[in-house]
Design a protein around this ligand. Structure first.
Ligand code: GUN
Length: 291
């Protein structure tokens, strides 16, 4: 029996293409005397965070950007961290500040994020950035949902009038994702852990974004044939292999498009961090097209 197979949206290939464009714009900006700079702050020894920050710093170098990685012991005080953020807010060589989350429990992450200058908030986590997205003003968009939007753009998907279902309501992915989809005139449903019948919603969806951090949240019986499925999840299966929130094998027989894990949304997150940092530098240099 032949089965329909979803087309893959390749996050590595799209990232490579976007990063080539970023590198060219970095070169152009450097020729005018401005080198885009990202500061990454890591507090503590979280193993996953160490991998993430290393990749962020490495990716900056690959596109010709300046970056600094500041690593601090888990015992760092909140006051000391705020002082570092303040110094970076005033450092003209730094256009983006990223404080890697999670932070140790004794530090109020919200307080630290609100201390970052909105002009350098390349993670898009500041309340000013969230507010700007909400009301459609220029500002930094959180990198993961921004990457998802670029993936939809890459397949020429027109969201206007389409029904999008976002599974997950985090401040980092679910909520900003819903706002971005809404801004493109999709009809948006946000589902979460208290949604009684998830399948009833997803079966109606033209686009599904799964962002809960739990395996097999979305299975083939929950997907309308031809739907576009974006998988933001990063989990491990029983064999320890990286997998997303979506049952990839099953869903790819029903969906029209699907993002793999790994090699889907993941690489796009760092790519959009580079884009945000570049745009911050372009704005600082007085030549940014507004978002
Ligand atoms: N922790 C996990 N993902 C992220 C991210 O995108 N930004 C920051 N700052 N911390 C994270």
């Amino acid at each position: 029996m032949t089965q329909a197979t979803a087309k893959l949206i390749d996050g590595n290939a799209l990232s490579a293409k976007l990063r080539t464009d970023v590198a060219q714009r970095v070169t152009a900006l450097k020729a005018k005397g401005v080198t885009p700079g990202l500061a990454v702050i890591l507090v503590g020894e979280n193993a996953a965070s160490q991998v993430y920050v290393r990749n962020k710093v490495k990716s900056c170098a690959e596109v010709g950007m300046h970056s600094v990685l500041e690593r601090y012991d888990a015992s760092m005080t909140e006051a000391d961290l705020l002082a570092r953020v303040d110094a970076l807010n005033h450092d003209a060589s730094i256009h983006g500040i990223l404080v890697q989350l999670p932070l140790p429990a004794h530090i109020d992450a919200n307080k630290v994020i609100e201390f970052i200058s909105p002009a350098k908030d390349v993670d898009g986590f500041h309340i000013a950035s969230a507010g700007a997205l909400m009301v459609g003003q220029p500002g930094f968009w959180p990198c993961t949902p921004y990457g998802c939007m670029k993936m939809l753009e890459s397949i020429g998907y027109a969201l206007r009038g389409k029904h999008a279902v976002v599974i997950g309501r985090s401040n980092i992915v679910g909520k900003p994702m819903a706002m971005m989809l809404l801004q493109q005139s999709a009809t948006v449903t946000i589902c979460h852990s208290a949604t009684p019948d998830l399948k009833a919603h997803t079966l109606q969806a033209d686009v599904i974004v799964a962002a809960v951090g739990k395996r097999n949240v979305l299975t083939a019986d929950m997907v309308k044939p031809g739907a576009v499925v974006l998988d933001v999840g990063m989990n491990r299966n029983d064999e320890g292999k990286l997998c997303g929130d979506v049952d990839f094998d099953g869903v790819s027989r029903v969906a029209g498009y699907i993002t793999p894990v790994p090699g889907g949304v993941g690489p796009m997150t760092i790519t959009m961090l580079l884009v945000n940092t570049l745009e911050s530098a372009e704005r600082a240099a007085g030549e940014a097209p507004t978002a």
